[in-house]
Design a protein. Structure first.
Length: 626
């Protein structure tokens, strides 16, 4: 086993690695990074496989630096920006890679094909774009505010998302890219007194730090030099701006515009790729990565041609500009790698083509020694049926017998579950079926120190298990079938509430919290005290309302069928009457729920004893997160 992993780590050129099923492949990549004491790039075909690779790598190599570089969560040539937390994660990984020295040691970067084919900000720019602050030292708050504004941080009343900041007297709240929690900087004059971490939901402090290094929150900076480059590049690419162009106007004014990231090349003199950040690091390509790359480049080309045809073949109608400003797409090779770029990048560094299958004798490859684990689907289907010679089928008994066989073959066994609760239930049920030596473990270090007859029980969120030469992983899903449980992310605010005008299309129905149902007509600049001010134009029955863009949170999408909808009347009583009626209905529902709860509390009945084993098996099959 050691010789195989060493051969995989040290092989040069393009090498096929067979016997590397999902989960085990990231273990092999992590071991290669440790054996070379260098950086390794693992490329998954899609986001779900990248998530499994991250989970497995962090479990099997807890001491290894494992970095995640996700793709934007929007389509090519979209009108919306990627999510702020995704941009934050990307920038944090790029900054970590840009800061690595030649002898920085072992590390694993997990990314996807979609992320790898897209160009990124230059390495030298990311390496220099930081702001250091220490407690007990003087910090220029004006310089801090300027850094936050020009590096993509959004000024908010309350910090609840990565990439936001809020100014409140001597306190600055901000959420830096890559940080698990936002930070609260408490100043006394110009001196930074404390740096406290706090919970975004409760706003309560959770700990303190002595210093912070701030990174950009957006890949498109809005400093004067970047704005100047954007303006000149935009004119060079699309000609002089002779009509209303919201993107050009917003960036020229130093304001973030929804979807501006799709014009990333115009903000820099040149762009790099993730390949430039990782140097000559070995590249581990998961199965179907090449097919995913071809499909992605075809999708990019299709979206570009569609945007370009709409732009060049405009209808010329008078109302066309009112519907939406024409989308002016950059050519695909400006933001994405071409097929030749991809081939050239792979040819200049070691590549491992991962395959879950054993290679035929006629094919030159290195066998990693893994194979897909057993799936107990036949036993789940036959659950409860009587089989001649072996009695009634029970999937947990079959799993216990399989664990015993693996241990007799000299393999240590780890059972991976989706959550703490499901791990507790699984351990109890398997214990009832004869697997008595079960030990809760946090990572592979603890598994390696288990007794040879003990079974490790871990929270390991991968869908299917696998077997290596000397260990095996069985997942909860292998035993019980599809789970509805997924790793819980941070709770996000309701998406029905609007945060940017680009989320609306002319003609959409919206609901204003004070005025009711109206129709969105588009953005319009209104002069207020001799200054232009961007407002959303809303049509109501008998009049119009101009809502400043900074108050867009007062709107929600109209969430019902639009046919036959009557617009509310500005200043009328209809909307207020409906709101009052609904509030009364909610009060009545609450009163009824309280009455039912009180009636239940008054009822008593003798407790029911359930058969412990059967009830535990029933609970173990619960497919949802508690």
């Amino acid at each position: 086993m050691v010789e195989r992993l060493t051969a995989i780590a040290r092989a040069e050129g393009r090498t096929t690695v067979s016997g590397a099923p999902e989960g085990y492949d990231s273990y092999v990549a992590a071991e290669a990074a440790k054996r070379k004491s260098a950086l390794v790039l693992f490329v998954a075909a899609d986001d779900s496989r990248a998530a499994a690779a991250l989970e497995a790598a962090r479990f099997f190599a807890p001491d290894l630096a494992v970095l995640h570089f996700p793709a934007w969560d929007c389509l090519p040539y979209d009108r919306v920006s990627p999510r702020s937390d995704i941009e934050a994660q990307r920038l944090a990984t790029l900054a970590a890679l840009a800061a690595r020295g030649e002898r920085a040691g072992a590390a694993l970067v997990v990314t996807t094909v979609n992320a790898l084919v897209q160009r990124v900000p230059p390495r030298e720019i990311i390496a220099e774009a930081s702001f250091l602050a220490r407690t007990g030292k003087d910090v220029n708050r004006d310089a801090l505010t300027r850094f936050l504004a020009r590096n993509g941080y959004a000024n908010a009343g309350t910090v609840r998302e990565p990439g936001e900041f809020a100014l409140r007297g001597g306190i600055v709240d901000l959420w830096p890219p890559g940080a698990d929690e936002p930070l609260r900087l408490d100043f006394f004059g110009d001196q930074l007194e404390t740096i406290r971490r706090f919970d975004a939901e409760s706003q309560l402090s959770t700990g303190t730090d002595d210093s912070i290094v701030l990174l950009p929150a957006s890949e498109t900076p809005l400093d004067p030099a970047s704005i100047s480059r954007f303006r000149s590049g935009y004119v060079a690419a699309f000609g002089a701006v002779t009509d209303e162009d919201p993107l050009y106007e917003a960036v020229s004014a130093g304001r973030k515009h929804a979807g501006q990231e799709h014009w990333l090349p115009l903000f820099y003199e040149k762009l790099d790729t993730l390949f430039d950040y990782v140097g000559r690091a070995p590249v581990f390509l998961s199965p179907n990565a090449e097919e995913a790359r071809k499909a992605r480049l075809e999708l990019i080309s299709d979206y570009y041609l569609t945007r370009e045809s709409l732009r060049s073949g405009g209808s010329g109608k008078a109302g066309a500009a009112a519907i939406a400003a024409p989308y002016k797409p950059l050519k695909p090779n400006a933001l994405y790698l071409t097929e030749a770029d991809w081939d050239r990048a792979l040819k200049s560094r070691p590549v491992r083509l991962l395959s879950p299958f054993a290679a035929p004798d006629t094919m030159a490859s290195i066998d990693a020694g893994g194979r897909k684990g057993r799936d107990f689907a036949p036993e789940r289907v036959a659950e409860g049926q009587i089989v001649e010679g072996s009695g009634r089928v029970n999937v947990f008994e079959v799993a216990a017998a399989h664990i015993a066989q693996l241990q007799q073959a000299g393999r240590s066994v780890v059972i991976g579950c989706w959550s703490e609760g499901s791990a507790e239930r699984m351990g109890g049920v398997l214990s009832d079926h004869g697997v008595t030596a079960i030990k809760r473990i946090a990572d592979w270090r603890e598994a390696e120190h288990l007794h040879k007859h003990a079974v490790g029980l871990a929270v390991l969120c991968i869908e299917h298990g696998f077997e290596g030469p000397d260990f095996a992983v069985i997942t909860e899903q292998d035993i019980l079938g599809d789970r509805m449980v997924r790793p819980r992310g941070r709770v996000r605010r309701s998406q029905n509430f609007l945060s940017e005008a680009s989320a609306l299309t002319t003609g959409d129905l919206v609901t204003h919290i004070e005025h009711g149902i109206g129709r969105y007509l588009g953005l319009r600049a209104i002069e207020v005290q001799a200054e232009p001010h961007d407002c959303l134009e809303l049509q109501y029955d008998g009049g119009k309302l101009f809502l400043p863009v900074e108050n867009i949170e007062l709107l929600t999408r109209f969430g019902s069928e639009e046919a036959g909808v009557q617009l509310d009347k500005l200043g009328g009583v209809g909307w207020q009457t409906r709101k009052a009626r609904m509030k009364q209905r909610v009060r009545e529902m609450a009163a009824e729920l309280i009455r039912i709860a009180a009636a239940r509390a008054m009822k008593e009945m003798p407790p029911t004893e359930t058969p412990a084993g059967l009830y535990d098996e029933f609970c173990a099959r619960f497919p949802y997160a508690e």
